[in-house]
Design a protein around this ligand. Structure first.
Ligand code: URA
Length: 231
């Protein structure tokens, strides 16, 4: 790969910015100053140093965010603040081209996977793979045994077919955990609506093998994770 292309992919700057940095000798490539943007480098092995920090190329990167309320799950939007606006403000040197996997509503908080690995994203979202999603739900009232049975067996949310089997963890009061294997639009809110309850707060606590640990990842924060954690 051309050196200037690699530097852009590493999010060190735009094409013209990285050319200027190279010209000024501010970038080390495997410890050596290289000024020519067109120099070919092996992106799989090269280490680039800029402002005392080492950068190496990764084909794919994976991050988790504890999504705050008030931002939409999109990469960009003309009017609304997006999760990616928040994300790049938190981690400005993360590689470009990252996107959220799946969607949480504007008022939903919790676990969001962010990556540039399109195949993994597709697999995590594919209805055929039934990837579990668990939500902590705050309701406007209590659930009856019948409500729980209906939610677990499948309820009609206006899609023709009832929802697929789910599991509900309820110990009384106005909160519960629900695990679903599908990802229909507003699915959790619509499922509770179908049993006469309104969702007041919604937080995703797990997505596949990823679990939200709010002590390590408070609401509004993001961090890089290793691919071995994901399935
Ligand atoms: N179900 C919903 O209703 N909203 C979400 O954000 C996620 C699942």
């Amino acid at each position: 790969m051309r050196l200037d292309k690699l530097l852009v992919e590493l999010n060190i700057g735009t094409r013209s910015e990285v050319k200027a940095l190279l010209k000024k000798g501010l970038i080390l490539v495997d410890g050596e100053k290289i000024n020519k943007p067109e120099t070919k480098v092996d992106e799989n092995t090269v280490v680039v140093t800029y402002q005392g920090r080492d950068y190496s190329y990764k084909k794919f990167s994976y991050y988790v965010m504890n999504k705050p309320k008030g931002v939409i799950t999109a990469t960009e939007d003309a009017k609304e603040k997006t999760v990616m606006d928040v994300f790049y403000r938190l981690i400005p040197d993360a590689p470009k081209g990252l996107a959220p996997v799946g969607r949480l509503d504007k008022d939903t908080t919790g676990l969001l996977l962010i990556t540039n690995d399109g195949v993994l994203a597709h697999n995590m979202l594919s209805p055929k793979r039934h990837v579990d999603k668990t939500y902590f739900v705050t309701l406007d009232g209590e659930l009856s045994g019948e409500d729980i049975k209906a939610l677990e067996e499948g309820v009609h949310i206006g899609e023709g077919e009832p929802t697929a089997p789910a599991s509900v963890d309820y110990n009384g009061g106005n909160t519960c955990h629900i695990t679903i294997h599908e990802g229909k639009f507003h699915q959790v809110k619509r499922m509770f609506f179908a049993v006469g309850r309104q969702v007041m707060e919604l937080k995703r606590t797990a997505f596949g093998s990823l679990k939200l640990d709010e002590e390590k990842l408070p609401c509004g924060q993001a961090k890089e994770i290793d691919i071995t954690n994901i399935s």
